[in-house]
Design a protein around this ligand. Structure first.
Ligand SMILES: Cc1cc2nc3c(=O)[nH]c(=O)nc-3n(C[C@H](O)[C@H](O)[C@H](O)COP(=O)(O)OP(=O)(O)OC[C@H]3O[C@@H](n4cnc5c(N)ncnc54)[C@H](O)[C@@H]3O)c2cc1C
Length: 408
């Protein structure tokens, strides 16, 4: 494997105040934060990535899950392309599998993390404050550090959508599909799964396989399955014209969204249509078979959900009723940076926004000088590729070349 040519500048200690001072602090060590860290390190920028590596994937995704993205779109990004999924599998003697199992992806991310060495600190960031020039970062143990730039790579964890109809239920009774990993604890329980996207459908399959009694309730008139026209993917060079290897979005749109710089110049209204079309609810092609014995109730929504002792009484819009033990929501997420608890309101209110998404310029710059956002929060500006691991390559390169120019 090729090595990175790394020239690392150590963080400076600000004499008098005794706190570390970085040029860049990255918040979050998921695919985006780890990739950005690798690119920053290779450029010799004094940076630190904060957070437990792959925490969201390791602790929040359902056990046994398979990645929906193809293998080529599941690589984290490093400048030399040396720390790929394939390189990890070769080093760890892991048999390559498609679709990619969750555990392999988590271990891949943890292996990738090692190239960052001491440029990764597993502590959680509690708060960011402006501290002219730059920012003061407070860590979970109260230590304060200073930095000229902050990159928020904190993922979608706080953005879970919970429809108001479920608000009366306790957190034991209703939970989000990516709020806990243990599927086996539902064995023998009656579970209503709400939604028609990959999270809902895959969770339903995993629950069914774990001996839960599952019913899926879907608002849409039918469930969509990805890859129904799989022959379009097997026409050699013609397929390459129709779909990018990232496979985000349908025919044609898939090609466009692979170029986030172009997407950023499309008028917002059209860009939003492309974004929502590219990520509309659908299940992977390996799910229909696994769901054959699961009841999927289409064209129905829940109009009432009430706790009755340990049970949940559900009423659907056709008047029918159900008693279940749990409700699992696959109802998606809504980006709203105000929900990041480490961003104080006085900072978020200065970030120009598009309905909760930061409005970003090139280099992932927000309207607050020195404050950047990458990952899903950047999807409104740069398109749907930024919702996926496949966007780490573009995000890291753009971000780091912009930062190195401004730091110069
Ligand atoms: C069920 C489900 C399935 C998915 N499947 C796929 C798929 O197959 N392929 C794909 O490309 N994408 C998939 N996605 C989308 C996926 O979430 C993103 O691609 C990916 O996680 C983006 O990486 P990230 O680094 O932005 O976010 P994350 O992976 O969420 O990483 C953000 C990290 O920031 C950390 N963090 C948050 N706040 C702080 C703080 N204050 N201090 C320190 N650390 C903090 C979190 O612990 C987390 O580990 C899926 C999403 C869901 C919900």
């Amino acid at each position: 494997m090729r090595g990175n040519s790394v020239v690392t500048r150590s963080p400076q200690t600000t004499s008098g105040r005794g706190s570390a001072h970085f040029e860049v602090v990255v918040i979050g060590a998921g695919p985006y934060g780890l990739s950005a860290g690798a690119h920053l390190k290779a450029k010799g920028i004094a940076a630190c990535v904060f957070g437990e590596p792959m925490e969201f994937w390791a602790n929040k995704m359902p056990e046994g899950m398979l990645l929906r993205s193809p293998r080529v779109a599941s690589n984290l990004s490093d400048p030399d392309g040396a720390f790929t999924l394939e390189a990890y599998e070769a080093v760890s003697k892991t048999t390559p599998q498609a679709p990619l199992p969750l555990d392999t992806f988590v271990e891949y991310g943890r292996w990738f993390r090692h190239q960052l060495g001491s440029d990764l600190d597993e502590r959680t960031v509690l708060r960011i404050d402006r501290d002219q020039p730059g920012f003061r970062i407070t860590l979970q143990d109260g230590e304060e550090i200073r930095t000229a730039n902050v990159v928020v790579a904190a993922g979608i964890g706080p953005f879970k959508k919970k429809p108001p109809v479920f608000h009366e239920l306790s957190s034991q009774q209703v939970m989000h599909c990516y709020e806990g990993r243990e599927v086996r604890k539902f064995a023998g329980k009656r579970v209503a799964v709400i939604g028609a996207g990959q999270s809902a459908l895959e969770s339903a399959a995993l629950l069914h396989e774990a001996s839960a009694h599952v019913e899926v309730i879907v608002r849409e008139s039918h469930v969509r399955w990805i890859g129904q026209h799989s022959w379009l993917h097997h026409m050699g060079p013609i397929s390459s014209l129709l779909y990018s290897p990232h496979d985000v979005g349908p025919i044609g749109i898939s090609r466009l969204v692979a170029y986030p710089k172009i997407v950023a110049h499309i008028p917002l209204k059209l860009r939003d249509r492309i974004r929502t079309r590219a990520v509309r609810a659908a299940g992977s092609r390996w799910l229909p078979e696994r769901l054959a014995a699961v009841k999927i109730n289409t064209g129905r929504s829940v109009s009432e959900a009430k706790p009755v002792g340990d049970e949940v009484a559900l009423k659907l819009d056709d008047g029918s009723e159900r008693r279940v033990d749990h409700v699992l929501l696959g109802t998606g997420y809504q980006v709203d940076i105000a929900k990041y608890d480490f961003l104080p309101p006085e900072l978020t209110q200065d970030v120009r926004q598009l309905d909760g998404y930061p409005k970003l310029a090139s280099g992932f710059r927000s309207s607050v000088p020195g404050l950047h956002f990458i990952g899903a929060t950047a999807a409104r500006s740069f398109g749907p590729l930024l919702y996926f691991v496949a966007g780490t390559e573009f995000a890291s390169r753009e971000l780091v070349s912009d930062l190195s120019r401004s730091l110069r």
